[in-house]
Ligand binder design. Structure first.
Ligand code: TRP
Length: 329
């Protein structure tokens, strides 16, 4: 569909606004956004998925603040408003509108069988809402509105991308609307295990995660608590493997050095833990500083959001109009 030598790449990604963002989120999504932003031929749209936030219990008094904080964090982590369009999903009504239109093209049964949906209703049995069921239709709308080709998300989001691709095929065969089929843009590590070694890092499990905002002491304390007990035979235990995996994300050099010690049988786990905690803090500190400064400058953050909304909105409206027309409106 694209005949120029430069491949057409458009990325859209979003994270739900929460007060706690951990390094699992960072390495699963944010790092992918940063990588895409650094590529010369990619048009980048990054939003805060605040509409998705209401699909599970949330606090309405904090929603707007968390969304703005999230934009500040995006910038602090390195997303550059000069290169990427940053916005808040609910500021652009086309998202909600297209989500409803798309919901007419996907069956309830298809949505009910998604692992993400099943997991969420298990977590929140009293909040089994229609919005939760149609979460993937909203995510498909996000992706379709920007003619997205690459989506930097964790592996757990793949079923949502599959629904999006199915919808895109339907838009083509039933309505003649042509769109690129988006693929997942995977990062170095799209699965970060919990520090308790039980499942993945999750903000709803205390001590399972390192938050981006964690202090030096908090990081040391949490890393020190990772169980490292080895069975006899010198096999690497899951805890030690986790320590190495995390260390290689923030300092490949050190990871290599300690791996050598491990192989020679001279590694002290307390040393490895201290080195990892130090490296994590070195990695997070500049982000924390920049975030702190941005929190002091809400006017700047608002300006960025307004500019991003204007640009994204024009794009989204064009796409929405096209689809509505094709649907008979
Ligand atoms: N569902 C995504 C997540 O939980 C968040 C999201 C919403 C998203 N809309 C999106 C991600 C569009 C990428 C593209 O991670």
């Amino acid at each position: 569909m694209n005949t120029s030598s430069q491949p057409y790449m458009r990325t859209l990604a979003g994270m739900r606004p929460t007060n706690i963002l951990h390094i699992g989120n960072y390495f699963g999504s944010l790092e992918g956004m940063l990588e895409l932003q650094a590529m010369p031929n990619v048009d980048c749209y990054f939003m805060v998925a605040d509409l998705h936030a209401i699909t599970t219990p949330y606090n309405k008094g904090e929603l707007e603040e968390y969304s703005r904080d999230m934009v500040a964090l995006y910038i602090a982590a390195g997303l550059d408003p000069k290169k990427s369009t940053l916005f808040i999903q609910s500021h652009i009504p086309a998202h909600t509108e297209l989500a409803f239109l798309l919901s007419s093209m996907v069956s309830i049964a298809r949505l009910m069988h998604l692992p993400t949906y099943k997991e969420k209703i298990k977590q929140h049995p009293d909040a089994n809402s229609l919005a939760l069921l149609s979460y993937p239709a909203l995510m498909a709308a996000d992706i379709i509105l920007y003619k997205t080709t690459h989506v930097p998300v964790g592996l757990d989001q793949e079923p949502h991308l599959e629904i999006t691709r199915e919808l895109i095929r339907k838009l083509d065969t039933e309505l003649g609307v042509k769109l690129p089929e988006p693929v997942r843009f995977s990062t170095k590590s799209s699965y970060i295990p919990s520090l308790t070694l039980d499942g993945k890092m999750s903000k709803s499990v205390p001590n399972s995660y390192i938050a981006i905002s964690d202090s030096f002491d908090q990081i040391h304390k949490k890393i020190r608590a990772v169980p490292t007990a080895t069975e006899s035979g010198g096999e690497m235990s899951p805890g030690v493997k986790l320590l190495f995996d995390l260390l290689s994300l923030v300092s490949t050099e050190e990871a290599r050095r300690y791996k050598k010690d491990f192989e020679e049988g001279s590694l002290q786990y307390s040393q490895l833990k201290d080195a990892l905690a130090d490296s994590l803090y070195v990695f997070l500190e500049p982000i924390q500083k920049k975030y702190g400064a941005l929190k002091q400058d809400p006017v700047y953050v608002s300006t960025i959001i307004d500019q991003g909304t204007q640009k994204a909105s024009a794009e989204a409206e064009t796409q929405l109009t096209l689809i509505k027309k094709a649907m008979g409106f």
